[in-house]
Ligand binder design. Structure first.
Ligand code: AMP
Length: 275
């Protein structure tokens, strides 16, 4: 991979990189499209990263379809697919990990304490392999994007991070590889995450600034469902990811939600600009 990237660079080409875990959907492809607009060459990686799953999570069941992914990437005219084996990324005697402090401790990090260490380690390794000028990430994983930006800044990794908007199904459900786990009824219930976010958005548009009230309305929508197990709903300042109690004018916030529908853990969020 490094040899390919070096020759692209010596030919004067800029490289755009999209790290994924495969089972690609329109959300992933939107990142590919953005890369193709901005960069001369686009490289996608598919790697289901074992170190970001805890022993109780779905590493072995995580959906995979490399043939279909390959076809989709060919249709998009992606230049290279980087598809390493786990033992190429983590050979025997591997012993170096990257940890970002503070921002990784809350929200997702509270529920998945080892998750971000796996993410930052693998993204750092993948960036070292691909040597991209730009890396494209989805706002779908807003905290992950913030953690990766923090790592890139702190370690002075020479790559520009571009965060692209969430792609949704026509009814509003955020696209995710994990949506395939949902039964027909759960698929209907999963829409509650989007409904709760829309409701919060409407309250804020109508002038509500008290976070506790906004969140309690969201909770009512989610907790009505028998299939739901809410993990968290938080409103955080968009850069620091610090929670707030009241929304202030001219500020940007994320409303973040994590919820299990049946056995499937879903996350969603919305970026709010308060006028
Ligand atoms: P994953 O394969 O789930 O690790 O995701 C790879 C990249 O695609 C991450 O940067 C995700 O944030 C992004 N992504 C996943 N789902 C979506 C979506 N619905 N819209 C936009 N980006 C997404």
């Amino acid at each position: 991979m490094q040899d390919i990237s070096s020759s692209l660079k010596s030919a004067g080409k800029t490289i755009g990189f999209i790290p994924t875990m495969g089972f690609l959907h329109e959300g992933h492809l939107s990142l590919v499209k953005r890369s193709k607009e901005l960069c001369d060459a686009t490289i996608v990686s598919i790697f289901v990263n074992p170190t970001q799953f805890s022993p109780s999570e779905d590493l072995t069941q995580y959906p995979r379809d490399i043939e279909k992914d390959n076809k989709l990437l060919l249709e998009q005219k992606v230049d290279y697919l980087f598809y390493p084996d786990a033992d190429e990324i983590y050979p025997e005697n591997f012993q170096t990990f990257v940890t970002v402090n503070h921002i990784t401790k809350k929200l997702e990090g509270e529920f998945r304490p080892t998750h971000f260490k796996g993410v930052t380690t693998v993204v750092n390794i993948l960036i070292n392999c691909v040597m991209p000028d730009y890396a494209f990430l989805g706002q779908k994983d807003a905290q992950q994007a913030a953690v990766i930006k923090q790592m890139v800044n702190d370690l002075k990794i020479p790559v520009n991070i571009v965060v692209c908007p969430i792609v949704r199904e026509t009814d509003g459900l955020a696209m995710s590889s994990r949506n395939v786990y949902l039964s027909k009824d759960e698929r209907k219930d999963a829409l509650a995450l989007y409904k709760a976010l829309r409701n919060a958005n409407k309250m804020i548009d109508e002038g509500e600034r008290r976070v506790s009230l906004i969140i309690s309305e969201m909770m009512t929508i989610i907790e009505k469902l028998k299939s739901s197990k809410l993990k968290y709903i938080k409103i955080v300042e968009s850069k620091s990811f610090e929670t707030v109690e009241e929304l202030k004018s001219s500020n940007e916030y994320y409303i973040l939600i994590a919820c299990k529908i049946g056995n499937t853990r879903l996350i969603d969020n919305e970026l709010i600009k308060v006028e």
